[in-house]
Design a binder for this molecule. Structure first.
Ligand SMILES: *Cc1c(COP(=O)(O)O)cnc(C)c1O
Length: 374
């Protein structure tokens, strides 16, 4: 059994993907070919925003937004304590200070009450200026943007949606990557919408921001390629990846998003009452980057993971360490004890095999092995 079966997906889409790759090779327009602009239009339309700027990866996408907003030393950026390293790394990379905020134990996403407390603590201390909230759509579930946006408005902060895992999710029909002032996603192969290498994108309704990001991602270009008006980076999605993503986006919206939701529903039916299953709030839709169960202790989690491995069932621990415990953040100010939920979750979560081509038989086998072990 595969944790995320990219081979089976390729097998299903092979004809179209091979044709798309073949056409890029024939045209030999490997950078900024027509499929890149076409994909950007398709992605913006799918998400429901005015602008999509593709780039080299999901980490660069976050950095480009912070760069365009001029975030730097002395600025506080609020980031969930329970997320992939990049969500906080980009803040420190700009010279700003990440302030880690605890998450909600049911949604795994930033807890809006803890967020407001963290903003007030930074203001009371008077050392840093609160600027941005990076909310993460962890495991495919959009963060609680209605609540987060209200807090951002109250304190005059910008909201950046890290939708690296969230593409395809929604809140009351409004799609992920359309929340906040800007949003980003990643096309890393194992993400909900993945390419065959690295890739990422920024989404926004703000035309000035989109233009600035377009400049920043191409060496700070001005009116033409050899007119450079600011210090930028080189971060582009190449034409091959764009052509592959055009095929994958069709499959994603035609059936894969529905398929992962069906798979998740089957897991939940079989596992509820046995272990804590993921909670999807009313009106929310997940794109199931992960299906994460919560065990009652670290020892139970570790025993279960070992037993499943013995049966050939792969599982993953996302994430084994809170952000504030990462060595790279050892000099980042952190109020001890302010993220107890994240500390608990890191010891107890376990992600099960999840992808659009998971069979009912496989889900049944995973569930019955878990029932046997608990
Ligand atoms: C994967 C991921 C990123 C980074 O994306 P890359 O394309 O790997 O650079 C950022 N944030 C979160 C939450 C992620 O899961």
């Amino acid at each position: 059994m595969q944790f995320r079966d990219l081979k089976t997906q390729y097998h299903h889409l092979k004809k179209d993907i091979d044709a798309a790759i073949g056409s890029v090779l024939d045209n030999a327009n490997f950078i900024s070919g027509a499929p890149v602009t076409e994909l950007e239009e398709q992605l913006a339309q799918y998400v429901g925003v005015k602008h999509c700027e593709t780039c080299g990866n999901g980490t660069d996408a976050l950095s480009l937004v912070l760069m365009a907003w001029g975030i730097g030393p002395g600025d506080a950026v609020f980031v969930p304590d329970f997320t992939f390293f990049a969500s906080g790394e980009v803040v420190a990379h700009q010279g700003a200070t990440p302030v880690f905020v605890d998450v909600d134990e049911d949604s795994f996403n930033m807890d809006s009450k803890r967020l407001e407390e963290a903003i007030q603590a930074v203001l009371a201390e008077g050392q840093l200026t609160p600027k941005v909230i990076i909310a993460v759509d962890l495991f495919g579930l959009p963060a609680d943007y209605p609540k987060i946006q209200a807090i951002a408005d109250k304190y005059g902060l910008k909201v950046l949606e890290d939708g690296a895992q969230g593409f395809g999710g929604a809140i009351n029909g409004k799609r992920a990557c359309s929340f906040g002032d800007a949003a980003t996603t990643s096309f890393f192969p194992a993400k909900p919408l993945g390419c065959y290498g690295d890739g990422g994108a920024v989404f926004t309704d703000d035309s000035d921001l989109a233009a600035l990001i377009n400049s920043c991602k191409i060496h700070g270009k001005g009116s033409f390629k050899y007119d450079n008006v600011r210090i930028g980076v080189n971060s582009r999605l190449d034409t091959l990846q764009a052509a592959i993503l055009q095929v994958k986006l069709r499959a994603f919206s035609d059936n894969e998003l529905q398929a992962v939701n069906d798979a998740a529903a089957q897991y939940t039916r079989k596992l509820s009452g046995v272990v804590k299953t993921p909670v999807i709030p009313e009106g929310f839709l997940s794109s199931w980057a992960q299906y994460t169960i919560t065990l009652s202790s670290a020892s139970q989690r570790d025993r279960l993971q070992a037993a499943l491995k013995e049966q050939g069932i792969p599982t993953m621990i996302y994430y084994p360490k809170p952000m504030h415990e990462q060595t790279a953040f050892k000099d980042t100010p952190f109020i001890k004890g302010s993220c107890p939920v994240t500390e608990q979750l890191c010891g107890r979560v376990l992600a099960l095999p999840m992808h659009p081509y998971l069979t009912e038989g496989a889900i049944g086998a995973v569930a019955s092995e878990i029932k046997k072990q608990i």
